[in-house]
Design a protein around this ligand. Structure first.
Ligand code: PEP
Length: 250
């Protein structure tokens, strides 16, 4: 039985003082014990949010990390810096990083490997654009993203990876994939993991859905057999909405 994993990606929203207020409210909220919960504030909010959520079981993650251990990379943040704050989780390969910062599958693979080398857990984001879907390229895009993103990731490290299927056309647009479309993609991703790591791993790996998840559609999406959680953008900015998604089965 896979545990539901709900993660909130705040992107470039919420200031440090607002973040602490949010974290305190989240800490005092009624949260379904059967759900793994994570929030990913911006880098500047991480120290205060970590302190506010210390010992709560709520995971605080980074939205990105550099692919080098250290050095002359102005404006970048390393795994070592995150670990020093007590952060063990990072989102890698978000479509906005791919689209606006030209992150390739190869670079994303380097980031995945350096995070694993630093003993961090990773949410690896994948998903097709509308054009790719309309051109019938869904499966080939997902295959390349999974195979390249996970290149040289060992059988022992694969459990440190969560996959997030996020069709780019559904992110921040208000358009959600139908549960049938999302299930079809998730089932294919699980098949790809089976082909790389075998059935036991493919049955255990967590695959989140992301793309305009809201309290109104979360229940239907989370009921799909291969959807094990959500990576939530916009709706995670409002704590009441995020809590409704977390407590979807309560
Ligand atoms: C995201 O950024 O990962 C995301 C899914 O955003 P939204 O929920 O706003 O579509």
């Amino acid at each position: 039985m896979r545990k539901l994993y709900i993660a909130g990606n705040w992107k470039m929203n919420i200031t440090p003082s607002q973040a602490v207020e949010y974290a305190k409210k989240l800490k005092d909220s009624d949260i379904d014990k059967n759900v793994k919960v994570m929030i990913a504030p911006s880098f500047v909010c991480l120290p205060d949010v970590c302190r506010a959520l210390n010992n709560t079981g709520i995971i605080v993650a980074a939205q990105n990390v550099n692919n080098n251990q250290k050095g002359a990379f102005t404006g970048e943040v390393s795994c070592e810096m995150l670990k020093d704050l007590g952060i063990n989780d990072v989102i890698i390969g978000h479509s906005e990083r791919r689209q606006y910062y030209c992150e390739s599958d190869e670079l994303i693979n380097e980031k995945v490997k350096i995070a694993l080398d630093n003993n961090m857990d990773v949410i690896l984001c994948i998903g097709e654009t509308l054009e790719q879907r309309e051109n019938g390229e869904l499966k080939s895009v997902l295959k390349k993203q999974v195979y390249t993103g996970l290149k040289d990731v060992s059988d022992s490290d694969i459990f440190k990876i969560t996959l997030a299927y996020e069709p780019v056309w559904a992110i921040g647009t208000g358009k959600t994939a139908t549960p049938e479309d999302a299930q079809e993609a998730h089932s294919y991703i699980r098949y790809l993991i089976n082909s790389l790591y075998g059935e036991k791993v493919s049955e255990k790996i967590i695959i989140q859905y992301g793309g305009s998840v809201k309290p109104e559609n979360a229940k239907q999406l989370m009921a799909c057999p291969d959807i094990d959680g959500a990576l939530v953008g916009g709706a995670s900015l409002k704590i009441d909405q995020f809590l409704s998604i977390i407590n979807v089965n309560k």
